[in-house]
Design a binder for this molecule. Structure first.
Ligand SMILES: NC(=O)c1ccc[n+]([C@@H]2O[C@H](COP(=O)([O-])OP(=O)(O)OC[C@H]3O[C@@H](n4cnc5c(N)ncnc54)[C@H](O)[C@@H]3O)[C@@H](O)[C@H]2O)c1
Ligand SMILES: O=C/C=C/C=C(\O)C(=O)O
Length: 486
């Protein structure tokens, strides 16, 4: 059985206590690896290695030298593309095409884009008058924060982890990464890439384990961690923020969502159906930006519900590398249980189940996997649990609306505010509605179309701060102003 280790100071090491936990495959629940859990001493060793590397060789490199090394990381990820695809498929059980078209190429891009950003960003400068008439000049330099703790989730493990590690390293920080306990493989593989490329020891470290009373919590509590970037559930963010308050450490949070799709009657019908199908069901609905509430203008409502039903019923469940399949399982037995409990709750609250609501019939070798049917509900009030709470599964509720104000109010009536997708051919309305929905990202006639130079993050309880392009510099560096009297 494969033993997945921690990566500390350039070495793959077992946790000092020799404790392990099991990694189960999402497709059949078999144990496919043992993971070595990092204890307090291991987390301390990782953070100290990162601190020493920051003070030492990594801190001494020029921006150009760092940028060249990060380009090397991106190229090595591309060279080992198939290894990353295989590792991420094993971690998540999601179809190969999701890995090859989106999740793994994004990992490489996350290193290149931020190398370019730090290389090209200008610094601000202000000249000022002084009483003696000679003046002064102010200019700003950006310095790295130091050691950044990176805590990432399981739903798009490699994309979401590199989205943080790329800019953190580009800005000159060092990192200690705690991947989700559900998905240890690709982060570990990145350790091999770092060594191959010659990233100095201690710059990139990986500790494996859980959150509370485990590696995650030990990392957030470590006094030598200067900032914490986290993607995951809102209530985990609350716990991490409390830990970060000790020592006044900065945080950047990408959290939960309950995203609305808004389809106007003038939308390109086929594009809207396909777009909402993707936003609700890609990655088995386990995408933070995904749609769980759909609002359709009344004249289109019945036709839209029927078309989305047809699309949802056409998915083909199967192994990630099965060419005849295009749909994967949920990540874990625990998550399946959570999603199924919402399926039951929807029925108890009076939903009409348009399609799904249960588990698909699977062949005997896959029957123990975490398979769940894509599910569509109608007929619930806005107060129903499945319309208000993040489920993070392959499901959505569709309701009709009659006016622009009504749908904007409904979209905004939620504690979350991550993303929305709006479908209309009326451009004035598109701009107007996109600006009024209280979210970090509004897509019009599209969804999950990502330009990595743009600001990314959530409003309300969906996050704190923005990352992406120069916005990432706000978090991964500190601005130091230098005022020179002339
Ligand atoms: N806004 C975004 O960009 C975005 C992107 C992806 C996922 N998400 C959200 O992530 C969630 C799904 O991911 P998840 O279930 O892995 O989230 P989670 O919050 O359960 O776990 C995320 C990470 O935090 C760690 N963790 C848990 N408790 C901790 C603690 N007390 N201290 C330190 N670390 C701790 C976990 O081990 C894991 O590595 C959903 O809510 C989803 O919306 C948000
Ligand atoms: O599941 C969440 C996906 C989030 C995507 C990003 O963070 C990104 O595209 O940068």
């Amino acid at each position: 059985m494969q033993l997945v280790k921690n990566f500390i100071n350039g070495e793959f090491v077992e946790g000092e206590a020799k404790k392990t936990f099991e990694k189960h495959s999402p497709i059949d629940n078999r144990v496919i690896a043992l993971i070595s859990e990092a204890g307090k001493a291991d987390v301390d060793a990782a953070v100290r290695a990162a601190h020493a590397a920051r003070q030492g060789v990594w801190g001494g490199l020029t921006t150009d030298q760092r940028v060249d090394l990060l380009y090397g990381v991106a190229n090595e990820i591309t060279r080992r593309f198939e290894d990353f695809v295989a590792a991420e498929m094993a971690d998540t059980g999601q179809p190969r095409h999701v890995m090859t078209s989106a999740f793994i190429p994004r990992g490489a891009a996350n290193f290149k884009v931020f190398a370019d950003v730090v290389k090209n960003v200008p610094s601000e400068s202000f000249q000022m008058a002084t009483p003696d008439g000679r003046g002064a000049i102010n200019y700003a330099i950006r310095v790295p924060k130091g050691v950044v703790g990176v805590i990432s989730p399981w739903n798009a493990p490699f994309l979401l982890m590199t989205w943080k590690v790329g800019p953190a390293l580009a800005c000159g920080n060092t990192v200690v990464v705690k991947p989700s306990e559900e998905t240890p493989f690709t982060t570990t593989l990145l350790g091999e890439v770092m060594n191959t490329v010659g990233i100095p020891k201690g710059v990139f470290n990986v500790i494996q384990g859980f959150g509370p009373n485990s590696a995650g919590e030990f990392l957030t509590q470590h006094p030598l961690v200067d900032a914490i970037t986290f993607t995951g559930e809102t209530r985990t963010g609350t716990a991490i923020m409390k830990a970060a308050a000790e020592g006044m450490r900065d945080v950047s949070f990408e959290l939960g969502g309950k995203n609305a799709a808004i389809v106007f009657a003038d939308a390109d019908f086929d594009a809207a159906v396909e777009g909402v199908f993707r936003s609700a069901f890609l990655n088995s609905g386990q995408v933070c930006l995904g749609t769980e509430r759909v609002y359709v203008e009344r004249p289109l409502f019945e036709r839209f519900v029927q078309a989305l039903k047809v699309r949802a019923e056409a998915v083909k469940f199967g192994r990630p590398d099965d060419h005849n399949a295009n749909y994967g399982p949920l990540i874990s037995a625990e998550h399946k249980q959570k999603v199924m409990s919402y399926y039951a709750k929807a029925v108890a609250e009076g939903a009409t189940v348009v399609t799904g609501g249960g588990v698909p019939v699977m062949p005997s070798d896959l029957v123990d996997g975490h398979w769940v049917q894509p599910t569509i509900w109608t007929g619930l009030p806005e107060t129903a649990s499945v319309v208000r709470e993040e489920i993070f599964g392959p499901c959505c509720h569709i309701s009709p609306f009659d006016s622009e104000d009504e749908v904007v109010n409904k979209a905004n009536d939620n504690v979350y505010g991550l993303a929305t997708t709006i479908w209309t051919t009326n451009l004035s309305r598109a701009h107007r509605v996109a600006a009024r929905v209280e979210v970090g990202i509004s897509w019009v006639n599209s969804w999950f179309l990502r330009d990595l130079r743009t600001a990314f993050g959530g409003s309300k309880q969906s996050g704190i701060g923005r990352e992406g392009g120069v916005h990432s510099l706000e978090f991964y560096t500190e601005t130091r102003n230098i005022c020179v009297k002339l």
